[in-house]
Design a protein around this ligand. Structure first.
Ligand SMILES: Cc1cc2nc3c(=O)[nH]c(=O)nc-3n(C[C@H](O)[C@H](O)[C@H](O)COP(=O)(O)OP(=O)(O)OC[C@H]3O[C@@H](n4cnc5c(N)ncnc54)[C@H](O)[C@@H]3O)c2cc1C
Length: 501
């Protein structure tokens, strides 16, 4: 007997899955395989939140596969041990997968799998599945390739999946069964493809109406943003699917933009489409430079900035105990839910890098652990941008005070997430350290006892960070490198310009 293996990685879906379509067209029985890499579990950028989400999505995929007559094999360990044993049992004709844009370790693993297949005379096939172009020759052509890719026809969901006679599926284990500790999150999304599609539909037809204006606040953003990111990172949805669904909705809106059901959607859907393009744009950076979690794309600039780890500042930042109410509320909200909107993510990172002058590798790692939607290509590109180590983006250091008064003027979000400030009235909520002793007693919030005093003078520290950054950016070697960085990574489109997002 001979079989084909479909190796699922971060593409946990049956709709628009090039690998499964290809396997079905080859007319051999199929083994669907998922390997939970033990190497991955031990990585510092991977947390229980990611693994548990992935297992839940995988369980849903496995049920869907079995309903179509297919089998899903699961292994926890090394991909080679499972490929070896499947090869012994069935004889593998090919291993078919979708391309993954990941950090260096995943490249190395994929290369070794290719070599193993080659050695064993097994076909190893990888399909492009998003807007990232492998072996891209020049960034100048990238947008053309990306637009062609995402607008191409979707792969249909298979109507049945042939499996080898007598084969059976493995149970997808729980975290407990794997000896891993789970982390409970508030408002966790429904895992799997059905959850992904119903989430996308509710955004395109209802929640997204106020997206353009509502996305910047952590309060409105939680409802009005699409919240598709965890589905994209596990691959329950492809970028292509999201693009197609959005285009269909845009065409519907265009017919009668002022109708009750369409009002507000025109500009929101345009903004949404540009963010989908940013997704691919940033992922493409990691495709070209797989060490972005450790090395700045402008290493000369990073070296000149010379940020140092100050444990006291790092712990206050990490635990949401900086003494800046809005900042602390955002960090605690993220820790509890695994998600926060873009602007607040940018603030969390930029405060770490500019105001507290902490090394971005360490603070970026902490955020990666908290984000349920951790996507290395977007994450490390954004961490580097918000830390000013690319040399091609503008210096943008967020003021906590401004974000606080702009996005939580009455302090409701602060009171919800920082209960120490629950009784503090609006006039003091953004700067509680300015309360008199009597006011602190009256509102049950004694500074430095119940709630910390600001870790540093925010305005002065931010200004110092900005001026050090401008000085370093002017250095000749940094500017020379910036030209190279732009050639490889810079956005060529004015709308989706990398310095604007
Ligand atoms: C420091 C930092 C780290 C980040 N880390 C991640 C990460 O690990 N994973 C992740 O998916 N996003 C990351 N982002 C980008 C962005 O914040 C999230 O994609 C977004 O908040 C997810 O929520 P949503 O799906 O509701 O977004 P929506 O606003 O509804 O956007 C839809 C999709 O577009 C893409 N997108 C949106 N904004 C951006 C952006 N600025 N850059 C690239 N793609 C974008 C995402 O795929 C997102 O799911 C990070 C941003 C910053 C500043």
């Amino acid at each position: 007997m001979s079989v084909n293996v479909v190796w699922f990685k971060r593409d946990l879906r049956l709709n628009d899955n090039a690998a499964i379509t290809d396997a079905i067209n080859r007319n051999l029985p199929i083994i669907c395989l998922f390997n939970l890499d033990s190497q991955r579990i031990s990585r510092s950028d991977v947390s229980a939140i990611h693994i548990e989400w992935e297992l839940d999505c995988l369980r849903s995929l496995s049920e869907d596969i079995q309903q179509l007559g297919g089998v899903m094999k699961f292994n926890y360990g090394n991909i080679f041990e499972t490929l070896e044993s499947l090869h012994l049992e069935y004889g593998l004709a090919s291993v078919i997968a979708n391309e993954e844009t990941g950090l260096q370790w995943s490249w190395d693993r994929d290369k070794q799998v290719a070599e193993w297949c080659n050695f064993n005379n097994i076909d190893f096939v990888e399909h492009p599945s998003n807007g990232v172009v492998r072996k891209l020759k020049t960034r100048d052509d990238w947008k053309k390739h990306r637009d062609k890719r995402v607008s191409a026809e979707l792969h249909p969901k298979p109507s049945s999946i042939p499996s080898p006679t007598g084969s059976f599926s493995d149970e997808i284990p729980t975290m407990d069964e794997l000896g891993l500790t789970s982390k409970s999150l508030e408002n966790r999304p429904i895992p799997g493809e059905d959850g992904a599609l119903s989430n996308l539909n509710s955004f395109l037809n209802e929640r997204g109406r106020g997206y353009r204006k509502g996305m910047s606040s952590p309060i409105t953003g939680a409802v009005m943003c699409s919240r598709i990111s965890p589905y994209l990172s596990a691959g329950c949805l492809s970028i292509k699917q999201v693009f197609h669904h959005t285009v269909a909705r845009q065409m519907q809106v265009k017919v009668d933009p002022r109708s009750t059901e369409n009002l507000g959607f025109t500009s929101s859907l345009t903004s949404f489409q540009s963010r989908l393009a940013w997704h691919c744009h940033f992922m493409q950076r990691l495709e070209a430079e797989a060490t972005m979690d450790e090395i700045a794309i402008n290493p000369e600039l990073d070296e000149l900035l010379n940020r140092k780890l100050d444990q006291r500042k790092f712990i206050a930042w990490r635990d949401g105990k900086t003494g800046w109410p809005f900042f602390d509320a955002c960090m605690r909200n993220l820790t509890a839910t695994g998600w926060i909107n873009f602007r607040m993510r940018a603030m969390l990172q930029s405060v770490a890098s500019y105001t507290l002058w902490l090394p971005w590798q360490i603070t970026g790692l902490h955020l990666a652990n908290l984000f349920m939607d951790y996507e290395p290509g977007i994450h490390w590109s954004q961490v580097q941008m918000q830390s000013g180590v690319t040399g091609i983006n503008s210096v943008r250091a967020y003021s906590v005070g401004k974000q606080s008064t702009d996005h939580d003027p009455n302090g409701d979000f602060i009171r919800l997430w920082v209960p120490e400030l629950a009784e503090v009235p609006t006039e003091h909520i953004h700067e509680p350290w300015l309360m008199s002793q009597a006011e602190q007693e009256q509102y049950n919030c004694r500074i430095d006892i119940d709630y910390p005093a600001p870790i540093v003078d925010e305005k002065a520290a931010r200004k110092a960070g900005i001026s050090k950054s401008y000085k370093a950016k002017g250095d000749a070697a940094v500017r020379r490198r910036a030209k190279i960085v732009f050639d490889i990574h810079g956005s060529r489109s004015r709308q989706s310009g990398s310095s604007r997002n």
